[in-house]
Design a protein around this ligand. Structure first.
Ligand code: INI
Length: 157
């Protein structure tokens, strides 16, 4: 008997995706959004099957993700935001709650929720991760979503 490996690929053949985006730090987040949409389209997802939902900031992302998950319309949801450390503990609350919230929804609704919420120490680090030298975390989140859709189809099929 050989080992059986189960893993997803990026060939999902379309599907429906919602992207929940925080407006805060929009100069960074808009690049993440561009990366995510571009990646989904290049993997065969039609523009008409991609929905973008905007919320004020990363803190509000989990509630919108929860509402979207409850609609049961999407194969996966992508959460995008940028939490940049400031001089107060506010950063810790926003980053902690947003990440915890999106993973909670994923488990509650058994739907892939890709976490593309940057939590960084500086604007420079945010820029590096939104389409410059450290890649585009929005594009990476979209790839994770596609892979999880493919994996779940195998595990559920
Ligand atoms: N929201 C972010 O998305 N990123 C941040 O860096 C940020 N900081 O640092 O304050 C932020 N705050 C707003 C927060 O997400 C809520 O919108 C606000 O607290 C109202 O609930």
């Amino acid at each position: 008997m050989s080992v059986q490996y189960v893993e997803g690929d990026f060939l999902t053949g379309g599907g429906n995706y919602s992207i929940v985006v925080g407006r805060f730090n929009s100069f960074v987040v808009e690049s993440l959004l561009e990366g995510a949409i571009d990646t989904l389209k290049r993997h065969g997802v039609e523009a008409g099957n991609i929905r973008v939902i905007r919320v004020p900031g990363a803190f509000e992302i989990p509630l919108a993700v929860q509402k979207v998950a409850a609609q049961k319309k999407d194969d996966a949801i992508i959460a995008l935001g940028a939490v940049i450390r400031g001089g107060t503990p506010h950063f810790e609350y926003v980053s902690g709650e947003s990440s915890k919230g999106v993973s909670q929804v994923s488990l509650d609704y058994s739907v892939p929720v890709a976490n593309g919420i940057l939590t960084v120490n500086s604007i420079e680090q945010a820029i590096e991760r939104s389409g410059t030298k450290a890649g585009n975390k929005g594009a990476e989140a979209a790839l994770s979503a596609l892979e999880m859709v493919s994996l779940l189809r195998q595990l559920e099929g």
